[in-house]
Design a protein around this ligand. Structure first.
Ligand SMILES: C[S@@+](CC[C@H](N)C(=O)[O-])C[C@H]1O[C@@H](n2cnc3c(N)ncnc32)[C@H](O)[C@@H]1O
Length: 290
């Protein structure tokens, strides 16, 4: 949602911009153009080490600094730059197109690979290990809750049955095969039977919802009064976290009563954008401070 991001991030002419999910840097490049020439800062963060490796090999604007790490670490990144607060912060969560095209970490179920699904392979548990030691009920609940997959119980049962046969789910193809067996192909819809299960496991192994909740709750501490937080989410649970966090803290003024959705032309060009929802809030002065 590039036009919407530039509009909602740029309205108050911010000087310290943070892109918490740098990815391919598409939004950051547009946001850099909104800074006055030679002035301001754009701080990028991404949890994927391939992002920072790529940025290091590129020639870039001296106003841009990209850090390897979760957007939960935004206050540390600000501190490292000698700054105390941000004027506009963007979180555009989920998978980048580079990650989808990556054939080694399991993000694309079109290509067989170890079932890893971590953004940063240095931290946490690969999805295959998670499936190797969790109980059936826990697996089913995660697939149901984070993937909204109605066949979650059947899938979990099949995963456990494979474990018992000593054929545990280790690879993308193993999990795709389980999903194909358990999920009936929908009639009018061409969503792949494994889509929801992969999404659920990615959310779990990266603690995506926990990080989002903690970060948005803390954000009024490091967004300057008058500054903005813009969040693009792709999952109803994520959108609920954003909506509730904005509603429950009286240091936020909600600028989007309803989430902004991508234009039809964008969804047509990029079908993955179809579930995107953008919400914006402005950090108001602390009501307890006179
Ligand atoms: C949808 S892409 C962002 C695309 C980016 N806005 C652009 O214009 O290219 C999401 C990115 O967020 C990153 N990511 C996911 N969770 C993160 C987190 N907790 N902290 C930092 N980056 C994260 C992913 O590695 C991925 O590169």
């Amino acid at each position: 949602m590039p036009d919407e991001v530039v509009h909602w991030m740029g309205e108050d002419s911010p000087r310290v911009i943070v892109d918490g999910t740098y990815g391919g840097g598409g939004h950051s490049r547009l946001l850099l153009d909104t800074l006055p020439p030679g002035e301001g800062h754009l701080i990028g963060l991404d949890r994927d080490p391939l992002v920072s490796q790529r940025v290091e090999s590129e020639q870039h604007d001296p106003r841009l600094n990209v850090f390897l790490g979760s957007y939960e670490k935004i206050p540390k990144a600000l501190q490292a730059m000698g700054l105390s607060a941000a004027d506009a912060v963007l979180l555009d969560v989920g998978l980048s197109s580079d990650q989808l095209a990556d054939t080694t970490r399991g993000f694309s179920f079109a290509v067989d690979a170890p079932l890893d699904l971590r953004f940063d392979p240095e931290f946490g548990t690969p999805a295959s290990d998670w499936l190797a030691w969790k109980r059936e009920e826990e697996i089913a609940n995660a697939i149901y809750q984070y993937g909204e997959e109605r066949c979650s119980r059947r899938i979990a049962r099949e995963i456990i049955a494979r474990r018992r046969r000593e054929e545990p789910v280790r690879t993308v193809n193993d999990l795709v095969e389980v999903c194909r067996r358990c999920v009936p192909r929908p009639k009018n819809h061409d969503i792949h039977p494994a889509t929801r299960t992969f999404q659920a496991l990615r959310i779990v192994v990266n603690d995506e919802l926990g990080i989002m909740e903690r970060t948005i709750k803390a954000a009024p501490d490091w967004i300057a009064p008058g500054g903005r937080l813009v969040v693009i989410s792709f999952h109803s649970l994520e959108d609920r976290i954003v909506k509730n966090a904005f509603r429950d803290d009286d240091r936020w003024e909600i600028l989007t009563k309803k989430p902004i959705r991508p234009a039809d032309a964008e969804v047509h060009a990029n079908p993955r954008a179809r579930s995107a929802k953008l919400r914006v809030a402005r950090r108001i002065a602390d009501p307890n401070q006179s």
